[in-house]
Design a protein around this ligand. Structure first.
Ligand code: ADP
Ligand code: MG
Length: 360
C-alpha cells in the first residue's frame, strides 16, 4: 500500500455571488501512512469533503501539493489516480444487477470476462453478499446496498480508499455493524483509507488516527486516545468527547504543576495543552469519568445534583454549580453512594485527571 501526503494544501471557492473567497481548506499538512485509516472529523462545513475531493482529484487545490506514494498527483484527473471513492449517496445503477454494478469498474478497464466473474464473486463474498449477485439493488435493504457500493469501490483494488460519510444513511445499529466491517476489510486488505465523518464515535472507533478540523484548519492530529485524553484546545476536547470546561486564570507553572484561579479558589492541574501560558484566561477540562462526587465541603466545588441519567453500565450526574452545569460519570450505578436528585454534594478533581486548555 501507499502513503498519501498533503503539503500546504489550500482550497478557495468564490462565494455564491462570485465575489469573496471562501477558504474551504486552509494550509493543510498531512501524511497518511501506508495501510493507515485516517478520519477527517469536524462540524459541517469545516472542509472535510473538499479535502477528500482534492485527494480523489474531483477538486484541484488553489495552492499546495498532493502525493500518492512518491508520485505527485496534484493536477491529475481522478481516473489517473489510484483511488476509489465511496460517497454517502451510494448511487447504484438501478437497472443493473448487483453483479453488474460491482463488475462495472472492471468492465471499463477491459478486464477479461472470466477474471471479472472471479473477482466479483470474491468481492461480494468479502462484503457478505455472496448469494446476491442476481438481485436488483431495489430488492436490497439499505445496509445491503451500502455493501454493494463498498464492493464496487474495492473491486478495482485501489491503493487508496476514500469514504465520505458512507454510513450516514443507515440506522444506528447497522452503522455500527458496517463500521466494524469496513475496518476489518480495510485491515485485511492493508489498504490506505481516508474516512470523512462528523460523528465522533465513528471516528474514534474506526481510526488509526483522527484529523480534527474546524473552519478549514486542521486543529489536531492524533490517535483516538491521544485526542481524547490529550486534546490541545477546548474545541478539540469538546468535539471528541463529553467534558466540562471550568473558566480559570493561569497563575503559576512550576515546571510540573499548573496553578489556576477558579472563582475564589486555587486549583492545580498537571497537564496542559501546548498553547497555554501563565497569565492566560483558559479553561480547565474535565472528562465526566475524571471527576468524583463527594460529601459537601470535601471537594473543590460545591453543587447540587440536578439529574441522574441511568446508562446501564454507568450513571451520569448533572450537577448545578456556580460555574454552570458539571457532568460527572459514576461508574457503578448500583453503588451505595449515588446521591439522589436535589442532594447537596461537592465535586473533587485530582490534578492529574484535569487538563488546562486554551479557550478556543
Ligand atoms: P464538510 O464536508 O466538512 O461539511 P465542505 O468541504 O463540503 O465541508 O465545505 C467547506 C466549505 O467550502 C463550506 O463553507 C462550503 O460551503 C464551501 N464549499 C464547498 N464546496 C463548494 C463549492 N463547490 N463552491 C463554493 N463553496 C464551496
Ligand atoms: Mg461533507
Amino acid at each position: 500500500s501507499v502513503s498519501v501526503t498533503l503539503e500546504h494544501v489550500t482550497k478557495r471557492f468564490k462565494d455564491v455571488k462570485g465575489k469573496s473567497d471562501v477558504i474551504a481548506v486552509n494550509d493543510s499538512n498531512l501524511v497518511i501512512q501506508p495501510g493507515e485509516l485516517v478520519t477527517l472529523l469536524g462540524p459541517s462545513g469545516c472542509g472535510k469533503t473538499t479535502t477528500l475531493r482534492m485527494i480523489a482529484g474531483f477538486e484541484l487545490p488553489s495552492e499546495g501539493k498532493i502525493f500518492i506514494g512518491n508520485e505527485e498527483v496534484t493536477m491529475l484527473p481522478p481516473n489517473k489516480r489510484d483511488t476509489a471513492t465511496m460517497f454517502q449517496s451510494y448511487g447504484l445503477f438501478p437497472h443493473m444487477t448487483v453483479f453488474d454494478n460491482v463488475a462495472y469498474g472492471l468492465k471499463l478497464r477491459k478486464v477479461p470476462v472470466e477474471e471479472i466473474k472471479v473477482r466479483v464473486e470474491e468481492t461480494l463474498a468479502m462484503v457478505g453478499l455472496a448469494d446476491y449477485g442476481d438481485r436488483a439493488p431495489s430488492k436490497l435493504s439499505g445496509g445491503q446496498q451500502q455493501r454493494v457500493a463498498l464492493a464496487r469501490s474495492l473491486i478495482v483494488a485501489p491503493s487508496v480508499l476514500l469514504l465520505d460519510e458512507p454510513l450516514s444513511n443507515l440506522d444506528a445499529l447497522l452503522r455500527e455493524q458496517m463500521r466494524v466491517e469496513i475496518r476489518k476489510i480495510q485491515k485485511t486488505l492493508g489498504i490506505t483509507a481516508v474516512y470523512v465523518t462528523h460523528d465522533r464515535v465513528e471516528a474514534m472507533s474506526l481510526s488509526d488516527r483522527v484529523v480534527v478540523m474546524k473552519n478549514g484548519f486542521v486543529r489536531q492530529i492524533g490517535a483516538p486516545s491521544e485526542i481524547y485524553e490529550a486534546p490541545n484546545s477546548r474545541f478539540v476536547a469538546g468535539f471528541v468527547g463529553k467534558a466540562t470546561f471550568f473558566p480559570v486564570k493561569v497563575k503559576n507553572h512550576d515546571g510540573k504543576l499548573w496553578t489556576c484561579i477558579l472563582g475564589d479558589k486555587e486549583v492545580v492541574a498537571s497537564q496542559a495543552g501546548e498553547n497555554v501560558a501563565v497569565g492566560d484566561e483558559a479553561v480547565l477540562m474535565a472528562r465526566p469519568e475524571s471527576l468524583r462526587v463527594v460529601e459537601p465541603g470535601k471537594g473543590h466545588i460545591e453543587g447540587t445534583v440536578r439529574m441522574n441519567v441511568y446508562l446501564g453500565n454507568s450513571l451520569e450526574a448533572f450537577i448545578n454549580t456556580s460555574f454552570g452545569e458539571v457532568l460527572v460519570q459514576i461508574d457503578d450505578p448500583h453503588a451505595k453512594k449515588v446521591y439522589p436528585e436535589g442532594a447537596k454534594i461537592s465535586i473533587d478533581f485530582a490534578p492529574d485527571r484535569v487538563r488546562l486548555l486554551e479557550n478556543n
